[in-house]
Design a protein around this ligand. Structure first.
Ligand code: ACO
Length: 329
């Protein structure tokens, strides 16, 4: 049996920045409303020629550079996204773009929990010995799926990608101390980008089939807020208790970057001081599956998070899904 080690991280966001003031020029909103309710000041948005695959490939390449790792030794690329360029999957394109010629690649969808779900999945492959070196990527381009005429949702989201290279380690040095994943389809109605039937076609004398396209993102903000503020502390408390880790032993609280008030509330319920919260919401907004690896990569590069620090991570989002993980960096 093997364990996993975090060998490197990388992240990227599109260059184009859209501030709250930019938005207030084209819709009925204000910097004050958005900042006070969410903590978001800016978001990065893909321009016409950019693709999710290109963002993911850049983040992955940075993680490989950080680890000083030969791309040909990567054997699995796990691409967590809900907004692939291609409904059939974008992971294989990402692997080809970075030159991961010996890797198999596929997409995994668990909305904003996607990165944690992918990290846990990757760890199982490594622990079993099936794969040794796995690139875990969380990437989303929600700017292309929000309804820009709905000020209640479009102001919240931004685009980005984050990656982590994990490699096999001795089992006694396993960097993933524990995890706790959950889902509840009853809450799917609160947040989604749903397929809508556009038209129907005769496929036989008395038979018809539907032709569909995807609609825009819809959200019941209050329900999602309630779900997040209860599920996140519940999941992490359970996880810490199971592994006999006291909140004081955790160096950093790294939650999906959706709303500063959700982070503050979770920290309070977990008995952790605000200084332990890693937050870059002000700059990027909610980047869905990218938010955790993007925030982690920034915090590692600017020296806040150091090798050997213990993190309590929790993703949460559409599905509904939630995923906690306690890794050493
Ligand atoms: N600017 C100005 N006013 C606005 C805006 C805006 N951008 N958006 C909504 N309003 C107005 C509403 O129309 C409403 O006006 P009314 O009272 O006249 O009807 C008023 O502000 C209050 O709106 P609410 O929706 O009740 O505001 P609330 O306090 O619930 O805050 C928010 C909304 C920020 C979305 C909050 O509910 C929230 O953060 N929920 C969690 C959402 C979330 O985290 N989603 C992502 C997690 S999952 C994932 O990542 C995919």
């Amino acid at each position: 049996p093997f364990g996993i080690a975090v060998a490197g991280t990388g992240s990227v966001a599109p260059e184009m920045v859209v501030s709250n003031d930019d938005l207030s020029e084209v819709m009925e909103t204000t910097d004050e409303w958005i900042t006070q309710r969410t903590g978001i000041r800016r978001r990065h948005v893909m321009e016409d020629e950019e693709t999710l695959a290109s963002l993911s490939a850049k983040a992955a390449t940075k993680a490989l550079e950080d680890a000083k790792f030969n791309v040909e030794d990567v054997d699995l690329v796990l691409h967590a996204t809900s907004t692939p360029d291609d409904l059939f999957g974008t992971g294989p394109q990402v692997a080809s773009m970075i030159g991961a010629t010996n890797a198999v690649a596929f997409d995994l969808t668990a909305a904003c929990s996607g990165f944690v779900f992918a990290l846990v999945t990757a760890a199982q492959y490594v622990r079993s010995g099936a794969f040794k070196n796995v690139l875990v990527i969380g990437a989303d381009g929600l700017s292309r799926w929000v309804d820009w005429s709905d000020r209640g949702t479009c102001v919240l989201f931004g685009d980005g990608a984050g990656a982590m290279l994990i490699t096999a380690a001795e089992s006694e040095n396993d960097a993933l101390l524990g995890f706790e994943l959950g889902s509840d389809g009853h809450g799917a109605c609160h947040l989604g980008v749903n397929a809508e039937n556009e038209s129907s076609f005769q496929v036989g004398a008395s038979k018809s089939a539907q032709s569909a396209k995807y609609g825009k993102l819809t959200m019941n903000g209050k329900e999602v807020f309630r779900f997040a503020t209860s599920r996140v502390p519940q999941t992490l408390s359970k996880l810490l208790e199971r592994h006999q880790i006291a909140p004081e032993e955790v160096d950093w609280l790294l939650l999906h970057q959706a709303n500063r008030r959700i982070m503050d509330s979770a920290a309070k319920r977990l008995g952790m001081p605000q200084e332990k919260i890693i937050c870059n919401l002000d700059e990027y907004g909610n980047t869905s599956a990218a938010s955790i690896p993007l925030a982690l990569d920034e915090a590692m590069r600017d020296g806040r998070v150091k090798k050997g620090d213990l993190l309590a991570c929790c993703g949460f989002g559409a599905g509904l899904t939630w995923g906690g993980a306690v890794p050493w960096c």
